[in-house]
Design a protein around this ligand. Structure first.
Ligand SMILES: Nc1nc2c(ncn2[C@@H]2O[C@H](COP(=O)(O)OP(=O)(O)O)[C@@H](O)[C@H]2O)c(=O)[nH]1
Ligand SMILES: [Mg+2]
Length: 317
């Protein structure tokens, strides 16, 4: 997703005038005084106008086109901002920019007919400055939107393994082992939490592993609207849920873990249960685990399991 730029609109107009003054002062070599003044004033209109409209153009086009976003990004966006408002605001700023471009044209053409170029330039500056408040207000709103948009994680729309389970069950460890790399940590815009992303290739096909700490390990009714939207977005990804169980029950009992899994079933995705930390579990815990989760496809994951990746891929297809 394109990353929106930040623009300091408050100083934009003053900077434009400073720039125009400085650059137009460099104009020399015109003997005729009247012609020299005309050249300088004309340059000021051009420079001041272009400085602002070019900056705004770059700024406006740095924002994403909603229709080009993927489903996850759209969901994430709509959880963060009012999309309709955003479109309106961007359209408004675009219009303001067009107004300023036209002002420049108009004043340049009236300057040709005028015998007081300085006055025409001042009129132009005045008209531009009268738009400043609107531009600043609009840019400030869009800056705020841009700040939020920059935080949306780059989740790809490709087959994915969504890792779920209680904290400390071994999710991140599994993600690292499946993808063979440290996960990328993406800032997660919905809460203060982070999303962990990992990638691997299976027979030329890229796969994504997503760990969403703090998102899927709670009851439906404890989730806020934004989290629900995020979870909804996860549904749009093709793939499976890999539910990680800590067999050793270090933090949560097997029953509690089963209850969480019942919640996650609501996502309506294929679920594979990874019975993890077998090396730390008693024989009884291991047996219980297999019993309690017997309705699901199981893989037993131990720390030194070399075929883990193959096991998971096999379950995905
Ligand atoms: N003994 C043992 N420790 C594990 C296993 N899997 C993960 N751990 C450890 O359990 C702790 C929590 O793992 P982590 O992947 O961070 O859990 P997460 O909170 O679900 O992401 C870490 O100290 C891991 O090294 C396992 O199969 N056996
Ligand atoms: Mg983790």
């Amino acid at each position: 997703m394109p990353k929106p730029k930040f623009l300091d609109a408050e100083n934009l107009f003053e900077n434009a005038m400073g720039y125009a003054r400085k650059e137009s002062n460099k104009i020399s070599g015109i003997r005729n005084k009247k012609r020299l003044i005309y050249s300088k004033e004309k340059a000021k209109i051009n420079l001041m106008g272009e400085y602002i409209t070019n900056k705004l153009e770059v700024y406006i086009t740095s924002f994403p086109v909603i229709s080009q976003l993927n489903q996850f990004q759209k969901e994430a966006l709509s959880a963060l901002i009012e999309i309709k408002e955003f479109k309106k605001e961007l359209g408004y700023l675009y219009k303001l920019n067009t107004v300023m471009k036209n002002l420049k044209k108009k004043n340049l053409s009236s300057m040709r007919k005028s015998d007081n170029p300085e006055k025409t330039r001042k009129v132009f500056y005045g008209r531009m400055m009268s738009l400043k408040k609107d531009v600043v207000r609009s840019v400030e709103k869009l800056n705020e939107t841009g700040r939020k948009l920059r935080e949306i994680p780059e989740i790809k729309i490709i087959p994915s393994i969504i890792v779920a389970g209680f904290p400390n069950s071994g999710k991140t460890t599994l993600l690292e082992r499946i993808t063979g790399s440290k996960p990328e940590i993406a800032a997660y815009p919905f809460t203060t939490k982070k999303i962990e992303l990992g990638y691997f290739t299976d027979k030329y096909k890229e796969m994504q592993v997503i760990d969403t700490p703090g998102l899927l390990d709670r009851k439906e009714e404890e989730r806020n609207l934004i989290e629900k939207k995020a979870i909804n977005a996860l549904k749009n990804l093709e793939g499976i849920i890999l539910f990680v169980v800590d067999l050793s029950e270090a933090s949560y009992s097997l029953e509690e873990q089963k209850n969480l899994l019942e919640e996650i079933k609501r996502l309506g995705k294929k679920i594979v249960v990874a019975l993890n930390k077998k090396d730390l579990a008693s024989e009884e815990q291991a047996e219980n685990g297999e019993k309690i989760f017997s309705e699901f496809e199981l893989i037993i994951t131990e720390k030194e399991d070399k075929n883990l990746k193959e096991k998971v891929i096999e379950k995905m297809t």
